[in-house]
Design a protein around this ligand. Structure first.
Ligand code: UDP
Length: 497
């Protein structure tokens, strides 16, 4: 009887891509599906699963039908040590290349697994274009999971289509994004390499974007009020269904304990210390400074950030990657940290922070962000304005959304798109520019106050959209219902659209 019931239940398989910025929102989304009655399987390799398994176990123990199906990462075949399975471990081009090769090698075993699991639908990361064909073989929908904004996806598609960046006189000449409802200007320097004319990396990225158009639809970790114009534009540009179901991290991790435990808990530092420090600060007086899970700044840039933050006179929490510490040749950061312990003006968290808890803390008043979409959404949900400091991939597009459209961002003046491990030492952002941006963001003139008001309003909208009856809530329920009808039609032998 029980197995008959679980057989009849909608079974959705999630296939995340191993980098925190893609995995974290997909795992949260998978958990949301399970919380709404879906039988969920997540496919992951051992080290990656260990970053989220506690949450899955806890959901399972609460009665939800959710499990992880482990697969072997081919470490030995590509010459990687055990446990190096995530892009965030790729601290050199060599290691990154090996991780990428190993991920590509997983295609066959995963296709076989799909056959064994016989799901009713697969939700797969944008980085697996081959899953369109895999789903077609099984006669089930492939839902494309895009882990950034509608805005950024529209920019990428429209640049690929119209090539407004080709044939300009220089890399710093401005061009306008075609077909956009707002006037958005960019320079070729702000684009990822693969969008430059005749760049060989296009062969890796273009199929991802092309595969989206052949998918059943795209799931976005976004919400209607945040990007309504671009939700619309994406429907006309890509021509497939979309569902905004975000912000998923706020939805899935509503209570404090869940927030604290979300993703990479093994890397968290001692909680009481930073929490005590934060508790000792006045409301909205602290700037949270984080560049996401991947960015490795050269030492020269860390020095500028340290001086910029110190000179701004603002309280701050700054998350620095651990291996930067080892490279701190003359002990600059160590000295800086000691100085902070005395002045109490700032606090350094090494490697990994409980970001959701920090953003939600009443003492936090703003964030310096690299414009990774998850960090943006998490800040929006906490009602915080941002200093925008894009580094790589689509982050420069997201900056435009924050600064030019939503008007809740102050640009620090980053100019060049570089891979996170290959940041141009010649182009570091200077301390004066950091101070200037901090003063605008945290300042008390009318412009700053209005920006903070807009951020708070969006924070309220973000909280409403995931409540029963909110847009994202309804979209998730509607999608699950649609998938159930598809399953029924398939069982009856009716061909779906
Ligand atoms: N994150 C975190 N603690 C950290 C760094 C990152 O919890 O110290 C989380 C962050 O909350 C977000 C994700 O990791 O959910 C990073 O994704 P994002 O899209 O912001 O940037 P990426 O890491 O992909 O560049």
């Amino acid at each position: 009887m029980e197995s008959q019931q679980s057989h009849n239940k909608l079974h959705v398989v999630f296939l995340p891509f191993p980098t925190p910025g893609h995995m974290i929102p997909m795992i949260d989304t998978a958990r949301l599906f399970a919380m709404h009655g879906v039988n969920v399987t997540i496919i992951a390799t051992h080290a990656n699963a260990s970053t989220f398994q506690k949450s899955i176990d806890s959901d399972f123990n609460s009665g939800y039908s959710i499990k992880t199906h482990l697969i072997q990462f081919p470490s030995a075949q590509v010459g990687l040590p055990d446990g190096v399975e995530n892009m965030k471990d790729g601290i050199s081009f060599e290691i990154l290349g090996k991780i990428t090769r190993a991920i590509i090698m997983l295609q066959n075993p995963i296709e076989i697994l799909f056959q064994d699991l016989q799901p009713d639908c697969i939700v797969t990361d944008m980085s697996y274009p081959w899953t369109v064909e895999a789903a077609a073989k099984l006669g089930i929908p492939r839902i494309h999971y895009y882990s950034s904004s509608y805005f950024s996806n529209c920019v990428a598609h429209l640049i690929m289509k119209y090539r407004p960046n080709d044939n300009l006189v220089s890399d710093t000449q401005k061009f306008t994004i075609p077909c956009f409802p707002h006037t958005i200007e960019m320079t070729p320097l702000q684009l990822p390499d693969w969008l430059h004319a005749k760049n060989p990396a296009a062969a890796y990225f273009e199929p991802m974007f092309e595969s989206e158009k052949r998918s059943y639809g795209t799931l976005y970790n976004s919400f209607h009020e945040l990007e309504s114009d671009y939700e619309k534009l994406s429907n006309t540009t890509m021509g497939i269904k979309t569902w905004s179901v975000g912000p998923v991290s706020a939805w899935t991790n509503k209570d404090g304990e869940k927030k604290a435990k979300r993703g990479h808990i093994e890397e968290l530092g001692k909680e009481e210390e930073w929490l005590n420090w934060l508790n000792s600060k006045q409301n909205e007086s602290v700037l949270y400074v984080s560049f996401g899970s991947l960015v490795r700044f050269p030492h020269a840039q860390l020095v500028e950030i340290a001086h910029g933050l110190e000179n701004s006179g603002q309280n701050f929490i700054w998350v620095i990657k651990k291996y930067d510490k080892d490279e701190d040749g003359e002990g600059f950061l160590q000295e800086f940290e000691e100085r902070l312990k005395e002045s109490k003006k700032g606090y350094i968290i090494w490697n990994w922070a409980s970001q959701l808890l920090i953003l939600d803390h009443p003492a936090t008043g703003g964030i310096v962000t690299h414009c990774g979409w998850n960090s943006i959404l998490e800040s929006v949900n906490s009602g915080l304005p941002m200093i925008t400091w894009p580094v790589f991939a689509e982050q420069f597009y997201n900056e435009k959304l924050l600064v030019d459209v939503l008007k809740i961002g102050v640009p620090v003046g980053a100019k060049e798109n570089n891979l996170w491990i290959n940041i141009n030492v010649e182009k570091v952002v200077r301390r004066e520019d950091i101070v200037k941006a901090v003063k605008i963001l945290m300042g008390s003139d009318q412009e700053s106050k209005e920006m903070r008001m807009r951020a708070k309003k969006l924070g309220d909208a973000s909280k409403r959209t995931i409540e029963e009856g909110g847009d994202s809530y309804n979209n998730l329920i509607q999608l699950i219902d649609e998938l159930k009808s598809l399953k029924k039609s398939k069982a009856l032998g009716v061909k779906a659209d």
